[in-house]
Each structure stands twice: as structure tokens, then as C-alpha cells.
Design a binder for this molecule. Structure first.
Ligand code: MG
Length: 394
């Protein structure tokens, strides 16, 4: 098979994703989103180079999240440009310098974690008869066009499809197409640039797993598709950890529990946002990996954690456990209070926790109970939380 080079574009700003970190760094199945594509590209026997294009200034972050992958000499980093096409130009140029024997280039979005060998093979096959090829799927929904004067008109979807990545090209032809594309003009995708240069294009069978992560819900859907519970590798070392936290009420009008703000007649007192649920879970994850407790890593005496978002603590505990080789498998939380009512917020708490931890929803459980009016929690003096985390490694 002819040599292949990958250009993986991670230069989007991910504004629709609205996460604390750029989209390509959020976790899917305990691994940063972009690492899924990079490892799939490297696993293909014909791959000679994999250039990751990231926004200038993000190089160190990319190096850190991809860690050991940079031990593979085929992996290099490249700073992107203002437009996607500028990023692709820079990546392709670098790829050609790395290995002059490459015949086919595959341009792939870092936010599409479901890259797989059979898709790469079918694209290479299509390049025997075309200059460029991409995976495509039919549309399920009816299509309408908005009319300038108001109203809508039907659009036939018979010959319409949605196109995914990787978009594969005969390298020499695509380099010419990129050179001919006007400087500064945006392009929706790479087929657009190839089409403008008159290249012959083909479509191959797309897959739902190749869909892009644009919104948090996409992440959960792809997680369920890419890592159904049954597909976990056999784990020989499985451990559990537990955590407990209590915060008392003080004057205020809302509490934050598992990342969700719930209106209440008081708030929880604490140095950070006093999210007892995520504090207990942070301790449970640290406990499962035998990495100390939340106070060791985030001392309440340290002013930098004043009013901190507890997502920072939980994410840091997860990162520490991942670096020690653990995969978080499951989190179970119990909130103990007489008020506010937890049940109406359980679903959003589970979703917020699952998204932050890179888990599918079925791996996050949230329960609530009271103490039947007994003790300090029964007297409505505060809220308690207990958490159990299960981690595993091979
Ligand atoms: Mg606490």
C-alpha cells in the first residue's frame, strides 16, 4: 500500500462546546478527545507521518495531553493559521518535509474520535480512481430552504449527503489545489478546495462513529458508540475508593451540588464553591488510586482555591489517577439532606459529572436520602455527600 500521511486539525476554538478547556482536550473514555484520532492514525500500517495542527501557543498543552504519543517519531506538532485552510496548508507542508515518500494525505478533524482502519482502507481504495475521497452519510431529516421573503421551500435530499473526515487526497494533486486556493478565503472543508481545482472526487461509506463532537451531548453519544460497556479491555486490577464531605449552611440563596446550582434558602459555606458532592467524589477517586486526599492537593489555606469551581478539583483528581494508569469505571454519589429536593436535578447532575469525567451516563449514579430528621443533617444545618469511585487497569 502507498505511504499515507495524516494532518489532524485541532485548531477549532470549540465555542459551541462551552467547556473550561478546548474541546480537543476534553476526555472521552478517560482519554483526551484528540488522542483517539492520533492513535487510530498511527495504528494503520501505511502511516508514515502524523502532523497535529493546533492553535499557536497551545503546543505545550498538546504535548502534555498526548504524552507518550510523542515517543513515536511519526508524530509532530505544527502551529495552525487564522482559517482552517491555513492550518491545513501548514500541516501538509510540514508533512511533505517529514517524509517525501508519502503519496496520500488524509486531513482529519481532531474532534472526530471514531477514526478507524476500515475507513482509511476504503479511502485509499477510492484514491485509485479519484484525486480525492471522503466518507459520507445520507440525511435522515427533510430539508428546507428559508426564503428571503419569509416562508420555506422544499429541497430534495435524494442526491444530498453529509460529509465527514478524513478527507483523503492524492498528495501531489492536493498540494496543487491548496496552492491555487486564494489566500485568506475560507473553505468549509477540503473537498471544497479540491473541487475548485477541478479534481475528481468520490465518496465512500461514512459511519456514525465518525461524527464530530460539537456539543456536550455529542460527546456522550459518541462515548456510547465507541465504548459500549462490553468493549472495555479485560481489567485485572480493579479498586474502589470512597469519599465523604459535609458543608454547613450560611446566608445565601443557592447551593452548588455536582456542578449544578440549585436555588435554596441558604448557601453552603466553604473556601471553594462548597460543592460537597464533587468534593466527596474527588476524594473517592484519589482514594481508589491511593493518591491522598483533596486537602493534600488543594489545601484550604491556599488563597488560590478561594471560591474555586470544584470542577477543577474533580478534574485534577481524575488526571492524577489517569497518569497513574487508572481508568475511571464508575462513580456513585449519595447526597444526604432534608432540603433542597435533589431529585429534580439528578439528571443534570449526572450529565455534568459524566461530561467532566469523560464517562458515559450509565457510569454515573446520583442518589439522595434524608436522615429522617435526625442529627445535624436532619436539623437542616448543612448537606452531606458520600461517594464511591471504581477504577481499573490492566
Ligand atoms: Mg468540601
Amino acid at each position: 500500500m502507498d505511504a499515507i500521511g495524516f494532518v489532524i486539525v485541532a485548531s477549532g476554538q470549540g465555542t459551541r462546546f462551552a467547556a473550561a478547556v478546548p474541546k480537543q482536550f476534553v476526555l472521552l473514555g478517560g482519554r483526551p478527545l484528540m488522542s483517539w484520532s492520533v492513535s487510530a492514525a498511527l495504528a494503520h500500517p501505511a502511516t508514515r507521518a502524523c502532523v497535529i495542527v493546533c492553535p499557536p501557543g497551545q503546543e505545550d498543552d498538546v504535548r502534555e495531553v498526548l504524552g507518550p504519543m510523542f515517543g513515536d517519531r511519526r508524530v509532530t506538532l505544527c502551529a495552525g493559521g487564522a482559517q482552517r485552510v491555513d492550518s491545513v496548508r501548514a500541516g501538509v507542508r510540514q508533512m511533505v518535509e517529514i517524509d517525501a515518500s508519502i503519496r496520500h494525505v488524509m486531513i482529519h478533524d481532531a474532534a472526530r474520535p471514531g477514526l478507524d482502519g476500515p475507513t482509511i482502507d476504503s479511502l485509499v481504495e477510492a484514491l485509485a480512481a479519484a484525486h480525492g475521497a471522503a466518507p459520507a452519510l445520507p440525511l435522515a431529516d427533510a430539508l428546507k430552504r428559508r426564503l428571503p421573503a419569509g416562508g420555506v421551500t422544499a429541497v430534495s435530499r435524494a442526491d444530498i449527503c453529509r460529509v465527514q473526515t478524513p478527507q483523503a487526497f492524492q498528495l501531489a494533486a492536493y498540494v496543487r489545489a491548496l496552492e491555487a486556493w486564494p489566500e485568506g478565503m475560507p473553505a468549509d472543508d477540503d473537498l471544497t478546495i479540491a473541487e475548485a481545482a477541478g479534481l475528481r472526487l468520490a465518496l465512500v461509506q461514512g459511519r456514525e462513529t465518525l461524527d464530530k463532537v460539537t456539543y456536550p451531548a455529542d460527546l456522550r453519544r459518541l462515548q456510547d458508540l465507541l465504548m459500549p460497556s462490553s468493549s472495555l479491555p479485560p481489567l485485572t486490577d480493579v479498586r474502589t475508593g470512597h469519599g465523604i464531605d459535609v458543608h454547613g449552611f450560611c446566608e445565601g440563596d443557592a447551593v452548588t451540588l455536582a456542578g449544578i446550582r440549585i436555588p435554596h434558602i441558604a448557601r453552603l459555606e466553604g473556601h471553594s464553591d462548597a460543592d460537597a458532592a464533587w468534593h466527596a467524589l474527588t476524594d473517592a477517586i484519589l482514594g481508589a488510586a491511593s493518591l491522598g486526599d483533596i486537602g493534600d492537593h488543594f489545601p484550604p489555606t491556599d488563597p488560590q482555591w478561594k471560591d474555586a469551581d470544584s470542577a477543577v478539583f474533580l478534574k485534577a483528581a481524575l488526571d492524577l489517577s489517569v497518569r497513574s494508569g487508572w481508568t475511571l469505571l464508575h462513580a456513585d454519589l449519595t447526597l444526604i439532606c432534608e432540603a433542597p429536593r435533589i431529585k429534580p436535578h439528578r439528571r443534570s447532575m449526572r450529565e455534568a459529572t459524566a461530561t467532566l469525567l469523560g464517562l458515559s451516563l450509565d457510569r454515573v449514579s446520583i442518589k439522595a436520602t434524608t436522615t429522617e430528621g435526625l442529627g445535624f443533617l436532619g436539623r437542616r444545618e448543612g448537606i452531606g455527600a458520600m461517594a464511591t469511585a471504581t477504577v481499573g487497569r490492566r
